[in-house]
Design a protein around this ligand. Structure first.
Ligand code: ADP
Ligand code: ADP
Ligand code: MG
Length: 676
């Protein structure tokens, strides 16, 4: 086995690889850019080497620097993690030429399978069904139009060397094809330095099912139970599980066999994932093979109790597979949610900032793979994935409930994340029922907001949490005043009320409490429903609150300011205004309608770098017109005007770094404003 390896990555995956290395007695060398000098992965590693400035191209993607670092520190191998150089065949070749072991497949296998056109041909040759389409590179718009006629609409344009969902375009009719082809090719060329595109039928409401395989250098190949990754946004996964409800035993067996056959034919070694989609009639089609460890590998680890990174290391060191196919047994169900620095209400655009508070959940069947901690600074330079929460249970529902509880207790402040969004996803009735597809997010959360009203009971629970926080704190204040009052001969302060009115956004609850902090049990009526609540140790720590309601523990997160208490639970966020019954009756309570301020400006929705400005002073714009483009976290996003208006001044230029809410463009007059 290796004595020392270099990990050519950062964030949660670097930390995760280091963890296995340490249990196996392998020393690790981490690498870091200027902005990562205090990162968790650097701290977790035995050694660390500085590799350059923040931009990935000058640091984590700099092949020579990484190899040089590995050699200078006496490493025998390099683990690339995922993303960055993990699927770069040149890097794999250079590592081997330098006399090191690349912990992954051979350069040839990466090159062949990284090319989606070549991979499809290989899949066909082993008898795997592929999505009907034209599996050749398209040379022109004319060829695309002619080919589309044969395949039929809707169809999907894809980059041959794509990844991370980039460059793909759905085309519904011939009129869209020219634009789609051109824009996809531009994005593809920029992202992958390769302009080859191909086309396949767009499968409506597909489910994404994938097979993890492991192959050693002695010709053995095994597969793991399938994972389902249908919950996606921007063609990228955010919630994954294993096994899947979408397939039956014969399909499961066929997919596993096909994945192994494909790996054998490609001369594959190491960890890899064969991705399929299924259609609504349970047909399945090969999509692509990822020649690396996947982000979602922990769900496979949770159901098999195996360590895939350990397997990768053993295979790379030349050992045979630790287990044969018949020895790989799955137990129960596992689910994972990705916690990303992104704003679901702003098209999942990346967010940045410093994490000011951070506490992750713990418990039976709960695993958190995290690359950050309080004090970590999330920058525009890298992927937005901060952490993953993975849970295991005897069955799907138990795994899901544990995930919900864990997300309820996942506390991160300082920047906007998707934690409440993924929580809302796994609480959604269609997710609970297993009725999912890759369109789930679009269908059920357009603009990042749910279309369904959540169950009333969840709001009741939140009202209970809010009132207990208010009531107990108030009670403690009253108690602490009593001795003082007695000393100075004043009347003791009035006991706290037991009847309250809670006003939340779109809801109003009458709440009555019986019980007290001494007995630690309460009967709480919310309108006409009674709940039995226990506050065993009134665990209210770091803004997390744990209550036992009707016999079951529930975790809440909260923020409070005077009589406003904000509660986070199951993906819901409600700010309650709290009144005692008497205050409510006395106040001739006149709700003050706040009119949103209309600003004649366009503010920046996210931090990044301006790459294009498309408008100039004096220009008249219609709502939705593109104003400029901003690059942030490996993505270019177009910013459009939310109203009609005449441009007065453009305050930024290409090359300028901009921050969230910075004014980009000022308008002389605006009309047709849509209110948020
Ligand atoms: P999975 O999530 O199944 O492991 P993804 O395709 O989502 O696979 O990619 C894994 C990680 O690598 C993600 O963090 C993604 O952003 C990143 N990634 C994937 N492809 C690329 C690419 N071509 N360039 C840069 N980053 C990529
Ligand atoms: P990437 O390399 O970016 O991961 P994939 O080919 O794996 O590209 O596709 C990513 C996602 O795009 C899939 O998980 C699926 O949601 C969607 N997708 C890909 N091909 C099709 C298709 N033919 N029809 C419908 N959806 C598709
Ligand atoms: Mg894929």
């Amino acid at each position: 086995m290796f004595e020392k390896i270099l990990i050519a990555n950062r964030g949660e995956i670097a930390v995760r690889i280091i963890r296995t290395c340490h249990t196996m007695g392998i020393r690790t060398v981490a690498v870091y850019s200027d902005v990562d000098f205090r990162s968790l992965h650097v701290e977790a590693s035995d050694e660390a080497v500085h590799i350059g400035p923040p931009a990935a191209a000058d640091s984590y993607l700099c092949k020579e620097k990484l190899i040089e670092a590995a050699l200078s520190r006496g490493c025998q191998a390099i683990h690339p993690g995922y993303g960055f150089l993990s699927e770069n065949h040149e890097f794999a070749r250079m590592v081997v030429q330098a006399g090191l072991v690349f912990i992954g497949p051979s350069a040839e296998a990466i090159a062949q399978l990284g090319d989606k056109i070549a991979a499809k041909a290989l899949a066909i040759s082993v008898g795997a069904p592929v999505v009907p389409g034209h599996h050749q590179s398209l040379s022109s718009v004319e060829e695309a139009v002619a080919t589309a006629e044969k395949i039929g609409y809707p169809l999907l344009l894809k980059p041959a060397s794509g990844g991370g969902g980039r460059g793909m375009r759905i085309v519904y009719s011939q009129s869209e094809i020219e634009d789609a082809f051109t824009s996809s090719q531009t994005e593809t060329t920029k992202a992958f330095a390769d302009n080859r595109m191909f086309m396949e039928r767009y499968i409506p409401r597909p489910r994404h099912i994938e097979i993890q395989i492991m192959a050693d250098k002695h010709g053995n190949v095994v597969h793991f139970p399938e994972r389902e990754c249908s919950i996606q946004r921007r063609y990228q996964k955010i919630v994954e599980e294993s096994p899947s409800l979408a397939i039956n035993e014969p399909i499961r067996r066929t997919m596993g066999e096909l994945a192994c056959r494909l790996a054998r034919k490609a001369g594959y070694t190491g960890a890899g994932t064969v991705e399929f989609i299924t259609d609504e009639n349970k047909n399945f089609y090969f999509l692509e093979m990822n020649t690396r460890l996947q982000v979602e590998h922990p769900v496979s680890e949770m159901v098999t109790s195996l360590d895939l990174v350990e397997w990768q290391l053993r295979i790379a060191a030349g050992e045979p597979l630790p287990l044969m196919q018949s020895e790989i047994n799955a137990h129960g169900w596992a689910m994972e949610a990705r916690i990303c620095a992104e704003d679901p209400r702003r098209g999942f655009l990346p967010t940045v900032g410093m994490i000011t508070r951070y506490a992750t959940p713990r418990g039976k069947g709960v695993r958190v793979d995290s690359g950050v901690r309080a004090g970590s600074v999330v920058t525009i330079y890298y992927d937005s994935l901060l952490a993953k929460v993975i849970t295991h249970g005897e069955n799907r529902e138990e795994a899901r409930e544990r995930l919900v509880q864990s997300l309820n207790g996942f506390h991160l402040e300082g920047l906007i994340t998707n934690v409440d969004f993924v929580n809302a996803v796994v609480n959604h009735r269609h997710f609970v029922g297993g009725d999912i597809s890759t369109n789930f997010v679009e269908e059920n959360f357009p603009n990042g907001q749910p279309v369904d009203e959540p169950a009333l009971e969840k709001h009741h629970y939140m009202a209970i949490a809010a009132i207990l926080i208010y009531h107990v704190r108030k009670g403690l204040v009253v108690e602490s005043l009593k001795p003082m009052a007695a000393k100075i001969g004043r009347r003791p302060p009035a006991p706290t009320a037991t009847e309250y009115v809670l006003k939340g956004e779109g809801c109003l609850f009458n709440v009555r409490l019986e019980g007290d902090q001494v007995s630690r049990s309460w009967k709480i009526a919310v309108d006409d429903t009674s709940y039995y609540v226990e506050t065993p140790e009134f665990e209210f720590y770091r803004r997390r609150l744990k209550l036992k309601i009707n016999g079951r523990y529930q975790m809440f997160r909260s923020r409070y300011q005077e009589q406003h208490i904000q509660i986070f639970f199951c993906g819901l966020i409600v700010t309650f205004e709290i009144y005692t019954r008497r205050e409510w009756e006395l106040s001739a309570y006149m709700p003050v309608e706040r009119t949103p301020v209309r600003e004649n400006v366009l503010r920046c929705p996210m931090p990044g770098l301006v790459t294009h400005v498309c408008v100039q002073p004096g220009q008249l714009l219609r709502k939705g017109d593109e104003v400029l483009r901003i690059e942030s976290m490996k993505m270019e996003s177009a910013i459009a005007v939310p109203f009609d208006g005449e441009v007065e001044a453009v305050l930024v230029a290409p090359g300028k770094t901009v921050d969230t809410d910075e004014v980009l463009v000022r308008f002389r007059s605006i009309a047709n404003v849509s209110l948020e």
